[in-house]
Design a protein around this ligand. Structure first.
Ligand SMILES: Cc1cc2nc3c(=O)[nH]c(=O)nc-3n(C[C@H](O)[C@H](O)[C@H](O)COP(=O)(O)OP(=O)(O)OC[C@H]3O[C@@H](n4cnc5c(N)ncnc54)[C@H](O)[C@@H]3O)c2cc1C
Length: 348
């Protein structure tokens, strides 16, 4: 029998953030992950605390941003690998009326760290920006695929690659057992697959499908992330991540011809150099009805916990959410009420 403090189910950004938080506090863990890849491994990994459509910050954007980068830097240092790629975001304006809104927003105290007030009119080779562009600072991307792969490789003896069989978990008041593992508690981090988790599937995880294209555009030579109707982010070697759609109805993991065409239309509104499509992939963001994470403890089982609902901003949200949950479990601290699953009707 293997004995650990915490059993973690799911190893995307949420599971990784929780494992790293436990590691930093010298707590043991074992992870069960079905190794099929979740939302985290297809994400661009863009970190950007602003909402460029509404010229404001995301909920706790500044706080999450301040916590997230040092969190990933510690992992970079320990694994001697680069995962953080700082890039400015170039916001391409779609209407002249936005110039004024931009100037007003960039002057606000909360936004001035991020929005450069200058409206630029110069022309970048390969980029269509007839109405100019402006720069968002302190942004970039975390290579989430490389991060998850490298982290998993560094703790491979603590990961079992299999689909978690909920019927095999036994919960008692002092511990839980799962096959040959005994743990004081379990933390479920399954992303959108939480809809199959009998302990938590009554919570309003809505999910939002995103299709993306990986394109090759040798003439683009982009050293920033473009934000027009979609994001185009450099991956190196002339490859770019282009996406993503937000689809509410279809919750399948199938790519569609309409999805590809929609993305190509947007790409061609943003760049005017040739490109080829290398990959078309999709996954489902774990989005929640009220757009806040889902954290907490099962109503009937005090050692069964949830870390989910990272939405479309998992890179920035996961480190702080993991810390909140850890402090809730280990130090009996209250969770912020906005993220506590108790904000919804009691489950169980
Ligand atoms: C197209 C797209 C683009 C995105 N772009 C960005 C971006 O640029 N920046 C950003 O911050 N966020 C982005 N996101 C959102 C981000 O991906 C999510 O917020 C975050 O990755 C969710 O992490 P997670 O760990 O909760 O879920 P996931 O990444 O889905 O991980 C869940 C893990 O649990 C495993 N699992 C599930 N059920 C079981 C089971 N029963 N047994 C065993 N294992 C199980 C899965 O295999 C998976 O490995 C994007 C999402 C999409 C879809």
């Amino acid at each position: 029998m293997k004995q650990v403090d915490t059993l973690i189910v799911g190893f995307g950004l949420a599971g990784l953030a929780y494992a790293e938080t436990l590691r930093q506090h010298h707590q043991s863990f074992h992870i069960v992950d079905q190794a099929k890849g979740g939302s985290s491994v297809i994400a661009a990994g863009i970190y950007n605390p602003t909402v460029l459509k509404r010229f404001n910050l995301t909920w706790k954007g500044d706080e999450f941003h301040t916590a997230a980068l040092p969190f990933y830097k510690v992992i970079e240092k320990r694994l001697s690998k680069q995962f953080i790629y700082p890039y400015p975001i170039l916001k391409l304006f779609s209407q002249a009326a936005d110039h004024n809104q931009w100037s007003v927003a960039s002057d606000r105290e909360d936004m001035s760290n991020f929005l450069d007030p200058k409206i630029n009119k110069d022309v970048f080779k390969g980029i269509k920006s007839p109405l100019g562009y402006a720069i968002v600072n302190q942004c970039g991307r975390v290579d989430t695929t490389a991060l998850i792969q490298a982290y998993a490789a560094s703790i491979s003896t603590y990961i079992t690659q299999t689909s978690f069989d909920y019927s095999k978990m036994k919960v008692s008041s002092s511990h839980i057992t799962y096959k040959d593992i005994t743990a004081k508690r379990v933390v479920f981090c399954e992303g959108y697959a939480m809809v199959h988790n009998p302990f938590f599937n009554q919570l309003p995880l809505i999910g939002s499908k995103g299709q993306i294209l990986i394109i090759n555009a040798p003439e683009l030579k982009l050293e920033s992330i473009l934000k027009g109707p979609i994001f185009i982010a450099p991956l190196g070697n002339d490859k770019y991540w282009a996406g993503a759609s937000f689809e509410q109805e279809d919750k399948s993991l199938s790519i569609t011809a309409e999805g590809a065409q929609w993305l190509k239309d947007k790409i061609e509104r943003m760049i005017d150099v040739p490109y080829t499509v290398e990959k078309h992939i999709t996954h489902i963001r774990p989005t929640v009805k009220d757009r806040r994470p889902l954290l907490g403890t099962h109503d009937q089982y005090p050692n069964v916990h949830l870390l989910n609902g990272m939405g479309s901003r998992g890179v920035l949200t996961a480190p702080s959410a993991a810390k909140w949950l850890f402090n809730h479990i280990k130090r009996q601290e209250n969770l912020p009420k906005e993220v506590d699953i108790n904000r919804f009707e009691k489950i169980g």
